[in-house]
Design a protein. Structure first.
Length: 129
């Protein structure tokens, strides 16, 4: 599903951390249509940490199940150690209470269920400015 809306006044830089390439691509297209600048995608936690250091995004969209040894929650814990104020928005199909409780420990900006509601995502991103 593609989403179209008015561009944001000051485009935030977004990093998408998602191991499913088609979902990452669709999310990227929708974010660009919202007026965001997508600074990259990362299928693993380690790649996400590297891209955060290099590209300095304004917000991170974080899936929970990722390729590699770190899941999205562990990746968010690592992000919090070096970038405590960086907004993290979880985007996951895993919405059970145990997963959400683990995610809450990383102090996320939001937790969105897949499939993503791009109106809701835009509202959250707009609220960050």
């Amino acid at each position: 599903m593609l989403f179209s809306c008015a561009a944001l006044p000051a485009p935030p830089k977004v990093l998408i951390v998602e191991d499913e390439r088609i979902i990452a691509m669709a999310t990227s297209v929708n974010l660009k249509r919202m007026g965001c600048t997508v600074v990259g995608t990362a299928p693993t936690g380690l790649e996400a940490l590297d891209k955060i250091a290099q590209r300095r995004p304004d917000v991170v969209l974080m899936d929970i199940m990722l390729e590699g040894s770190m899941d999205g929650i562990e990746t968010a814990h690592q992000i919090r150690q070096s970038n405590p104020a960086l907004p993290i928005i979880y985007c996951s199909a895993y919405t059970d209470n145990g997963t959400k409780d683990r995610a809450k420990l990383t102090q996320p900006t939001a937790f969105l269920c897949k499939p993503l509601d791009y109106d809701e995502l835009k509202s959250i991103i707009d609220g960050l400015e």
